[in-house]
Design a protein around this ligand. Sequence first.
Ligand code: SAH
Length: 266
Amino acid sequence: MKSRPSFPAKFNTSPPQKLVKPSSPLSWVAGGTAKQHTVASSAASGLGLDSATVRSTMVRRLAEGGIEDELVLNAMLAVERHKFLDTALANQAYEDTSLPIGFGQTISKPNVVARMIELLRHGKNLRITGKLGRVLEIGTGCGYQAALLSHVSQEVYSIERIKGLYERARENIRPMRLGNLHLLFGDGLQGYPSGAPYAGIIAAAGGENIPTEWIEQLADGGRLVAPMSVTKGSQSLVVIDKTSAGIHKTVLEPVNFVPLLSGLSE
Ligand code: SAH
């Protein structure tokens, strides 16, 4: 069993502060005096004081960088990214950097993860203040994004093709008691028809195109967010909206994700 990183002692040791949202919607600050914002149990969950503080700094930066969705910001505050990483990397957990998670795979930068989940929640029939319905994630990796999704959705299915990572994600997630998160070992290229239709589908690995199975498994009014190769050697974030009128595809900013591969790796 992987040892849990205890958070390094070098961080500032002031007590955890609740995020409050003052006058400007983008200026999230720690410890202000404006109306208290509901924070999903960061202080109550028994995590180290230090990690809560650095996490609130990370969330403030995300908000300054343009992430507006309060559910996403609160999820980023609540989920302890350092618990998904090896001990040696825990002190980099709240920097805006992608990090190795073993098996040649990486956990994405916090701002990319937050951006993708925010995009996912802006599907045409979704109220931005409410939780998403059922969501499918392709590429569980260490389970970090799956844990975030479980905070902003009613139910999450997350599928991983590398057995060792699937097992690691299960270990990481188990103590978090996220009853609405289902981890699956399988090839996500086929999606996961048993859970369909999905309000949202999100992929953490990029292929040459978007598998038709994913689009088929998307609900009417649902949204898919995934990296995809648009030209040779360059990937972009793609958003697909499915409505009764058809499929609408939007190509957004360049990104750099690991490849979407077929088959299982035992
Ligand atoms: N969301 C993850 C990111 C992991 S990196 C996290 O928070 O850690 C992307 C993952 O996609 C890798 O673990 C890789 O093994 C997985 N992947 C690639 N192709 C896949 C496929 N066809 N089915 C399921 N998972 C896949």
